[in-house]
Write a protein that binds this ligand. Structure first.
Ligand code: ADP
Length: 529
């Protein structure tokens, strides 16, 4: 186990760790940035818009107040006939009071567009030809205007000096507007907004200070939250590291979030698989060593006994050397089978696919096994329901059938029977190898495909078995994307069923695609996949 993890560790070291210059890929940094963004941006937008709204409101109120005051002034101007006699002290005082209150200027203009009074005493007697003034003089209250000049900081208001006539056309001296207004002149006023701007700036400064404080608070919260939110992931990394370093081998848990729990479940599953793989690898290595050592031990015993006695008769030499020879054969067979298995275990195994007549293949295999069967008077029969041609690797398929039929003979009773049957549907062909042999105990049926598994070791050894045959069969069948099953009644017999697709389906990950040659006889030409 440790070895596995040590190797993993070196692999991980080369691939793990965030890529350089990718600070923003850190979850902590992202959470920090998001909190900062969602905390600061709305706060700034809100305060800016509130500030703007406040200024607009104050200006609107100031405009409306000034307009009301101007209307009162206009009434007084009419009442005191100020346009004809601008020396009225009361009205003059009211005008200058208005002017100082609003920090502005008022021009009293008569219907001849002449300035009757100017609180700045600059334009008195001059003629005003402003469009707004002319329009207001013509249209009366309907053409009252107010403009806010943000750049220069003042509000300009134009209102008529008018009275609503009680009788239509009563005053012939004034301009009669359509709605019955008699217009005597116009009041043009500018109201300074400097105090409003000053207030706005002061508030802006205060807002800046508040924004700074808010920024600091949000940064603090962002740091705390990004640390707290990512903490379970840090814990998870630490736990995984502990497993990697080999400090812990128990399944690990991190249930702070559903996501971390999912990651842990997946990790534990992978860990379980790795451990199972590691265990089976270890089992396999110890089995291989053990199995390879057994013939060695007997050869050593045989050789030692020959060496220890200088007077060993030549017949004894012959007998012992024959035994050593058969042990060497066994060892050779085992090594050859192990190599075979190792080859098939490799992901990039080469499949030499060609269209093969399966019936003929079975006949050839049975012909080879027949002498072995005849020795023990075992009847070997092939039942072929139909002609079957399939895309298979001929060598591997021969290995599959040879192993199964040989086993059916090896583990049979004398005078027994072996029936091989071949059938097919539109997709797959099926070969069953049925015998009337010793059978397999129920608890061993599931294990016969394991490497080195033998139900009866001494019997297997007697018949030259290695315990690898069925593992090879299974690997070869799986390489053809087929399946193999076994049914057995202990003491009565066994049936192996192999199902293989008629057309070989190449998987995407078969990196040996170039080496794979599929010969389709129907087309008459070789096709390279
Ligand atoms: P071996 O080299 O021992 O035959 P295999 O992998 O071919 O190894 O088979 C594994 C074990 O399965 C055998 O040792 C035997 O106990 C059992 N077995 C295989 N085929 C049969 C069969 N047809 N009838 C009974 N037992 C069988």
């Amino acid at each position: 186990m440790r070895k596995l993890f040590t190797r993993k560790q070196t692999q991980t070291k080369t691939t793990s760790g965030p890529a350089r210059g990718s600070l923003f890929r850190s979850l902590k940094v992202r959470i920090f940035a998001l909190i900062l963004l969602f905390g600061m941006v709305p706060a700034l937008i809100l305060s800016e818009s509130l500030l703007g709204y406040y200024r607009d409101r104050v200006i609107a109120v100031r405009t409306s107040e000034a307009q009301t005051q101007l209307r009162v002034l206009a009434n007084h101007l009419i009442t005191y006939g100020y346009l004809d006699n601008p020396d009225n002290d009361i009205v003059s005082a009211e005008l200058s009071q208005y002017s100082s209150f609003y920090d502005g200027r008022v021009l009293v203009i008569n219907d001849a567009l002449q300035v009757v009074d100017d609180t700045y005493n600059v334009s008195r007697g001059k003629t005003i030809v402003s469009g707004d003034v002319v329009k207001c003089l013509r249209q009366g209250s309907a053409a009252s205007t107010s403009h806010y000049d943000e750049k220069d900081g003042y509000i300009e208001i134009v209102i008529p000096i008018a009275e609503t006539a009680s009788l239509e056309g009563q005053d012939t001296t004034g301009n009669a507007a359509k709605d019955g207004e008699t217009i005597y002149g116009v009041l043009l006023s500018s109201v300074s907004t400097a105090s409003i701007e000053a207030m706005h700036d002061a508030l802006g400064q205060r807002e800046m200070i508040l924004a700074l404080i808010l920024l600091l608070v949000i940064i603090f919260l962002a740091v705390v939250f990004s640390y707290l939110l990512v903490k379970p992931f840090d814990r998870l990394t630490r736990k995984i590291s502990d497993v990697r370093e080999g400090y812990s081998s128990d399944p690990i848990e991190e249930n702070a979030y559903t996501e971390t729990a999912h990651i842990m479940t997946a990790f534990n599953q992978v860990l379980g698989r790795m451990r199972a793989l590691d265990d089976s690898r270890q089992d396999f290595v110890s089995n291989v060593s053990h199995e390879l050592k057994t013939p060695m031990t007997s050869m050593k015993v045989l050789a030692d006994s020959l060496l220890s006695d200088p007077n060993t008769p030549p017949e004894m030499y012959r007998e012992f050397l024959t035994d050593i020879d058969s042990e060497l054969d066994r060892e050779n067979k085992m090594i050859a089978e192990l190599l075979n298995l190792a080859k098939m275990d490799r992901k990039q195994v080469t499949m030499n696919i060609s269209t093969v007549d399966i019936g003929s293949l079975l006949e050839i295999v049975m012909k080879r096994v027949r002498p072995l069967a005849q020795k023990r008077d075992i009847e070997l029969t092939l039942v072929q329901e139909r002609d079957v041609s399939a895309e298979v690797d001929e060598v591997k398929m021969t290995m599959v059938f040879t192993n199964l039929i040989e086993n059916a003979v090896k583990y049979n009773k004398d005078h027994g029977k072996v029936t091989v049957a071949l059938n097919a549907d539109h997709k797959n062909f099926t070969v069953t190898v049925e015998d009337t042999g010793v059978g397999i105990p129920e608890d061993s049926v599931a294990r016969v495909f394991e490497r080195f598994y033998r139900v009866d070791k001494s019997r297997s050894r007697e018949v030259g078995g290695t315990g690898l045959g069925l593992s090879i069969v299974k690997s070869a069948v799986l390489l053809h994307k087929g399946s193999i099953t076994v049914d057995s009644v202990y003491g009565e017999g066994t049936r192996f069923t192999v199902v293989i697709p008629l057309i070989y389906i190449q998987t995407k990950d078969a990196t040996t695609a170039k080496a794979l040659v599929v010969k389709r006889e129907e087309g008459g030409s070789d096709e390279k996949n």
